[in-house]
Design a protein around this ligand. Sequence first.
Ligand code: GDP
Ligand code: MG
Length: 693
Amino acid sequence: ALQPKLDTNGAASANENGSLETAGQAERMQLVDEDQKFNSDVGKYLEKWHLADAGFAYDLCAVVGGQSTGKSTLLNKLFGTSFDVMNESQRRQTTKGIWMCRGVSMPVLVMDVEGSDGRERGEDQDFERKSALFSMASAECLLVNMWEHQVGLYQGANMGLLKTVFEVNLGLFQASKAKNHSGKDKTLIFFVIRDHIGATPLENLRATLMADLYRIWDSLSKPEGLETSRIEDFFDFDFTTLPHKLLQPQEFDKQVLQLRTRFTDRNSKGFIFKPEYHKRIPADGLPRYLETIWEQVVTNKDLDLPTQQELLAQFRCDEIASVAFGAFATEIKAFRKPIEAGSVLEALGADMGTHRSMALAKFDKEASRYHADVYKKKRVELLEKLNAALSPFFLGQLKNLHKAILASFKKSVLGRLKGDNYDFAEVVEGEKSKAELTFRAASTAICLADTDWTIDEELAQFNEDVTQIADQCRAEETKKMVTQIERTLKKEISEPVELALARPGTDMWDKVLRSFSESMEKAESSYLKKAKSFNCTEEENTVALSSLRRRAWLALRAKVDEQTADTVLMSKLRSVFEDRFRYDDEGVPRVWKPDDDIDGIFRQARDETVALVPIYAKIEPTDRNLAVSLPSTSEDPAHAAMVERGEDEEFDFPSTLNLFSETRKVEVANRFRKEADAYYVEAKRSMVSSIAQ
Ligand code: GDP
Ligand code: MG
């Protein structure tokens, strides 16, 4: 088969040597067969003819006229088509039906009609009417082929057919024309008068035919709304003659070639395919359109072209959209696995945008040629479908971003908090705003335009999570700080407590508590100074300070316990006793003499020492102002909650003041007395031995 070449404009290039015979012929097809069945292969032929992607850059031309008036002969000569021609010697019958072929070197589809030689006139008229109707609905130009001697025969077959054509046309556009006849969708009726002898000039023939046409138009009963319409509202008319093919073969060929340029050369005077004749059916929709039109014609349904075009637009836009979406769906599949696996695709936003634009561009390229409103509506539908298909990736990536950036935030913060030399608030605030910025940028990048997607909610949730982690870090940091302050305080109170408890007396606890209060004050101000730089809340401060006080108090108590443990306490008592019993008021060791009142001195030293036991037994300053008072767990809801969570022990302040039970007091006193007795015995013994010497 010949493959005609189109120039860049999609227009046919002129045949250089002008010889149709050497140009070759395109393969024809039977569009409608003898049984009036439509051939669904037409789409394949359009591909073969390189017209499937032509959009509007193709033309369609059809012919009507009596049987054996040289129609096929003319078409083949004009367009280089390969329609069957009646064999002159054998008078062999051609195959009935509607035939279609592509013009050679021009983007023109040509339709030829083969009747059945008028033997069964009724049947033939029916087919002729149907094919004329079919041609009117699709062709830009309807060639009316007739012999010269038929001109003026108003009752002739041609005029009957034209009457049908006009009637049918009124019906075709009835719906739209009645409302708004733009005059932009006319059809050209081109009379080719064959076997022109030349005696009657073309002008006269034209006048005769026009008069007939007006008469026919006037005789038609017009549908509502079109009563006053004129024939020119729907049709342009043109006329040409051709000499006798057999009597003047060279002249015939010459004039046919001249006529041909009117179909091929857009710049030629009298160019046939004016834009306003085009039926505006994109080439890719033509198969469907022609088939639907033929079905309507065959089943004698009312043909309403504007409605047909809208239906075609819906059908084709859906088809085009589904092809575009199919390719798109395959392309975007690659996103699924990594996103489901938790990965963050760096270029996801750009990639999604590209795939979507590509799908829309594919759709626009073909669908934009169809009915504007339908196209717009279908485009919105497609966009929604594309967005819906992309949405899971958007949401998935958002989730992954959230997780990944949150994790890296936590890692960076903890990493920077490892050393000693850092400003906590600066670290956390810095990392926080960095993480929030990163998340905002990354999520904005995947939030495509022309969607109803938003990142606000996710952003708010992210900020909340970041803040929560920051709060956790601060709580840890505060705990660390409190521990450190506690340690310092412990060190500080150690010596004063040891000293105070080593020199017992009634103001012993005053000394202990004064030193405790001083250290506590320092600890608190040290806490508050740091807490301020952490941006701790008032509530956090309250909790931390009360915890600090409690722990400091327990530390003090532990120190006191250590200093009042049995052996330590006993040695303290012993030491006090010894000072009083074995040394005189000047601190000089006594050497017992017989006159000495050992018993009296002993009793006094012992009793004074025993009297210290109750002082040791309870933390109680003589100066009321030095008394410490802390809330017990039952009075402190925050601490109660901590105890509930198992984070701390129950704290009962009053019980921490009591160091010894009553029993221990008695035990300690008894034990001490026994030790003191030993001293007494030893003293007596030493005196006896000194006397003995
Ligand atoms: P169709 O049935 O209208 O398609 O006619 P064909 O093209 O098959 O031609 C029918 C017969 O008319 C053939 O024998 C042709 O040779 C002959 N023919 C074709 N063109 C002309 C012409 O211009 N004048 C005359 N007199 N005969 C022609
Ligand atoms: Mg024919």
